[in-house]
Design a protein around this ligand. Structure first.
Ligand SMILES: [Zn+2]
Length: 263
């Protein structure tokens, strides 16, 4: 499921392929993922415009077209982008295709259709309406400490709550907690201030490194949890078997030796 590093990678891909070209048409192959707009409206609104710049907040990617119209993309569970040259075959799960004047196309692919495509006039208003917290890479240490001081519950549940911090999902929450050596079920009330600061640094470091690796699982360091998580996986730090548990409705992977539970 695309998380902050994946969406940042899509943002960079969008910037590198799809800006400043005249949009000739928008082809919708499955209107299910359109939110608050019809196929006809989407095409009518975007035709003749150009995409100018992109902005990511958490797992949302917004693209400004000229005359201040924003395209909104959310990648759901399986969403991704693919830029297609004229002769390239249209991928099976392409749901929306932005057709440019040179006949190249940008495909929004989404096998499971939990993704969302819509238009916005005002991004800040949208983020506010959704009640999203600050982006996990923009948040400051004082803001981070305040969130952990104000809320109760398991630390992983707080990290996953998009209304508190936007962008962290199941995989990277586990990775961040592994780096900070905190058990995912630890109650935030049991975390010392310096542990919260350690968690903050772990979050920044993991997210930035994942972006550097283009969110490509195969390029993640072997010292990370990611290449080992799953059944029969061994802790890359101590070699013991990794454990899993359901925390906040999601499957957490962790090492009970390296990530001791304090409370
Ligand atoms: Zn371990």
């Amino acid at each position: 499921m695309p998380e902050l590093p994946d969406v940042e990678t899509f943002k960079r891909y969008f910037d590198a392929t799809s800006l400043h070209q005249r949009i000739e048409n928008v082809e919708v192959r499955d209107a299910y993922i359109l939110k608050g707009i019809s196929t006809r409206e989407l095409a009518r609104e975007l035709k003749e415009r150009r995409f100018k710049s992109t902005r990511r907040h958490g797992k949302h990617l917004c693209v400004r077209a000229d005359h201040d119209l924003w395209l909104r993309l959310h990648f759901g569970m399986t969403g991704s982008l693919q830029y297609l040259k004229c002769q390239d075959h249209t991928p099976k799960y392409a749901r929306v295709l932005f057709v440019f004047a040179n006949n190249h196309r940008l495909a929004f692919e989404d096998q499971r259709k939990f993704g969302e495509v819509g238009l916005l006039k005002d991004v800040d208003e949208f983020l506010q309406k959704r009640g999203l917290g600050p982006d996990a890479l923009d948040i400051s240490l004082p803001q981070f400490k305040e969130i952990f001081g104000k809320h109760r519950g398991p630390v992983k549940t707080i990290l996953l709550n998009q209304k508190l911090i936007a962008g962290i999902g199941n995989i990277y929450a586990d990775e961040i907690l592994f780096r900070a050596r905190i058990h995912p079920a630890t109650h935030v009330s049991a975390l010392k201030e310096k542990t919260v600061a350690k968690l903050f640094r772990a979050a920044r470091d993991i997210l930035k490194k994942a972006i550097e690796a283009n969110a490509d699982m195969d390029r993640m360091p072997k010292s990370w949890l990611l290449p080992h998580r799953g059944k029969d996986g061994k802790c890359p730090r101590c070699g013991r078997e990794l454990k899993s548990a359901t925390i906040g409705g999601r499957t957490a992977w962790f090492c009970t030796h390296c990530q001791r539970r304090t409370s």
